[in-house]
Design a binder for this molecule. Structure first.
Ligand code: NDP
Ligand code: OXD
Length: 319
């Protein structure tokens, strides 16, 4: 097949994926880069780059080598019952990782340093710093998911001095960070955790796990008067009714959520107006189109030279 026969199909949501198409055309000279609304022969499409594509739209692509997620997560691809059986590749990129770590550090520090309290105090003209702010070393942060993103966030929180631990599916070793693994390690991890940071993928095993039972196991001995939940993994992990119940009855002191069961978060959701909840619009780690297109195009070019694809997803694990 000549290079001009090789097609990259770029699909984002239901809209035209124009900025992505332009970014790939600039990086892949000699390739035909098309969107779903362009005329193309499905049998000639070699690669797909997609983010939240319309389910069913990739059916009939019989010559695919790889499907690239335009993000780190692949749940949006795996949810498609008609996903072709090509190799699945996700984004691992320093720009994306750095942005996620910024978001995590920002929100851990906001809770730890009680930023909202001082905004309220300023509003009320109140000068009070009681009780004394504890040092970071006396605050136990737990990071669920110790992959590319969780591993970096845990390391940076550790650098700031927090007493950090982590939990993952398989055992991990991180310098200065106690780690727990699997179902057997979960309770001990939760029992020590005052601020819980979630950077897990959405899989059949993690679905709905952030519920009242899990929240009830978190440590309650922190200076904030209760545990804090910070989730930028996926909304599918959240039982939002349970989270709201736990916030209302004090089992949870506060929550910062970037991801939701339904996105965009419906205007009717009580999470929008809850005084102990911070909502961000699934933008914890939105990378620039250029950074992600660089990463995907580099892989496509390397694959064309006969090199193996990197960051391949194991379908049976679903991440
Ligand atoms: P990785 O695949 O590198 O890491 C996933 C981590 O989760 C691994 O440590 C893995 O364990 C752990 N894990 C998976 N399943 C389980 C389980 N059942 N029990 C315990 N641990 C489990 O992914 P990334 O770090 O790159 O990304 C994580 C997620 O972050 C993405 O899947 C996506 O959902 C989300 N994300 C959100 C963004 C946002 O803007 N809000 C942006 C980018 C990503 P092990 O190491 O043992 O395999
Ligand atoms: C991702 C995301 O998975 O932005 O990259 O959620």
């Amino acid at each position: 097949m000549s290079r001009n026969d090789a097609l990259l199909l770029v699909v984002e949501g239901r809209d035209a994926a124009t900025p992505w198409i332009e970014a790939f055309r600039a990086r892949l000279p000699g390739w035909r880069v098309v969107g779903l609304s362009d005329a193309f022969d499905p049998a000639r499409v070699r690669h797909v780059a997609a983010w939240r594509h319309p389910y069913g739209s990739l059916k009939g692509l019989t010559s695919l080598d790889a499907i690239f997620s335009l993000g780190a997560g692949v749940d949006h691809l795996l949810g498609d019952p008609d996903l072709p059986p090509a190799t699945l590749v996700r984004v691992v990129d320093s720009d994306l990782t750095a942005r996620m770590t910024e978001w995590v550090v920002l929100h851990v520090l906001r809770h730890h340093r009680q930023a909202e309290r001082y905004v309220r105090q300023q509003h009320d003209g109140l000068w009070s710093d009681d009780p004394l702010q504890p040092a970071a070393k006396d605050v136990r942060v737990g990071v669920m998911g110790l992959g590319v993103l969780g591993g970096d966030a845990a390391a940076k929180l550790k650098l700031l001095g927090f007493d950090v631990a982590g939990w993952s599916r398989t055992a991990k070793t991180l310098p200065g960070v106690p780690t727990f693994a699997g179902d057997g390690g979960l309770d001990a991890f939760l029992r020590r955790t005052q601020i819980l940071v979630v950077l897990l993928p959405a899989t059949p095993r993690t679905q709905g796990m952030l519920d009242a039972a899990l929240i009830g196991k978190l440590a309650r001995d922190g200076h904030l008067g209760g545990p804090v939940l910070i989730n930028a993994g996926r909304g599918a992990l959240q039982n939002e009714a349970d989270i709201l119940r736990c916030l209302d009855d004090g089992r949870l002191k506060a929550a910062t959520l970037d991801v939701f069961e339904t996105e965009p978060l419906p205007t009717t959701s009580p999470l929008w107006r809850h005084p102990a909840v911070t909502v961000t619009p699934h933008n914890a780690a939105i990378s620039s189109t250029g950074a992600v297109a660089d990463a995907v195009a580099a892989q496509i070019l390397a694959f064309g030279r006969g090199e193996p694809l990197q960051h391949v997803v194991e379908r049976e694990r679903a991440y």
